[in-house]
Design a protein around this ligand. Structure first.
Ligand SMILES: NC(=O)c1ccc[n+]([C@@H]2O[C@H](COP(=O)([O-])OP(=O)(O)OC[C@H]3O[C@@H](n4cnc5c(N)ncnc54)[C@H](O)[C@@H]3O)[C@@H](O)[C@H]2O)c1
Length: 253
């Protein structure tokens, strides 16, 4: 069965690399028009050019920091002006923050992680939902993490932000069900991306990967395909749910 998203407009935050970029690729391949946001112009230009090669005229790149409410609001408005309406959203942008015990990592790290992973999704959803109310409905997927279900040692802000994101997803799924807006989260396991392969993060990744029952890291396209399912009408009775895509990471001994 092919997922057909033609005629739909999608908005993906943090779409220039890693999981967000794979999501944008899969959505373009499914026929959607796709707006991606990123902070760096160079990454954005390079990704937009590569996506346009898959399907010309279907991609919009927007510079926007999700932790700044006015910037993400403008990005949503620019998406609607370019493509006419908003139907599908993936709130993907997120950061792990600095490793360390809570009292050592400090207030600046806490604010940065919460500002992007939780406030950033709330700011984005406020604008996205306003646009979807005008469209008459839509589907939103928030990218959480297996760390929304368990802990990652010495990343307290990250763990707290992802637990809270599941709460935000459930609360809003119930509140907007009558408006035909479905809101779900997806919790990736350990996925090969610039975030997990980064200097300083690679040792954590190797430690986690050693115990995955499927015996390998996940690939970002494997997350993107599951996101496409949640966005599409194939999941029309699914809202307020969290889909774990982790190679059974959460079931490790
Ligand atoms: N990679 C994994 O193993 C893994 C596991 C669980 C959850 N996740 C989640 O998946 C999402 C994507 O992770 P990834 O591994 O692809 O990360 P990544 O670092 O490779 O990419 C993250 C993207 O988010 C963007 N971003 C970061 N801060 C931003 C901001 N303030 N405004 C706008 N964009 C911003 C980055 O520019 C980048 O495009 C994150 O929410 C992360 O927490 C990843």
């Amino acid at each position: 069965m092919q997922i057909d998203l033609s005629g739909k407009t999608a908005f993906v935050t943090g779409g220039s690399k890693g999981i967000g970029r794979s999501i944008a690729e899969v959505l373009v391949d499914c026929g959607a028009n796709v707006a991606i946001t990123a902070r760096g112009q160079q990454d954005l230009d390079e990704t937009v050019a590569a996506l346009e090669e898959r399907r010309s005229g279907s991609v919009l790149g927007l510079r926007s920091d999700v932790s700044e409410q006015s910037q993400v609001g403008k990005a949503v408005a620019d998406t609607v002006s370019r493509f006419g309406a908003l139907h599908l959203v993936v709130n993907n942008a997120g950061v792990a923050g600095e490793p360390g015990l809570l009292h050592q990592t400090g207030a600046a790290n806490w604010r940065r992680v919460m500002g992007i992973n939780l406030d950033g999704v709330a700011w984005a959803m406020m604008a996205e939902i306003e646009a979807m109310l005008k469209t008459g409905g839509g589907s939103i997927v928030n990218i959480a993490s297996v760390e929304a279900h368990t802990i990652l040692k010495q990343f307290p802000a990250y763990v707290a932000s992802k637990h809270a994101l599941i709460g935000l997803t459930k609360a809003t799924a119930s509140d907007y069900a009558d408006q035909r807006i479905r809101i779900n989260s997806l919790s990736p396991g350990v996925i090969r991306t610039p975030l997990t392969m980064a200097e300083g993060q690679k040792a954590v990744t190797d430690r986690l990967a050693a115990r995955i029952p499927l015996r390998r890291l996940g690939e970002s396209e494997e997350i993107a395909r599951a996101v496409a399912f949640l966005l599409s009408d194939l999941s029309s009775y699914t809202t307020g749910a969290d889909l774990v895509v982790d190679g059974a990471f959460l079931l490790r001994e």
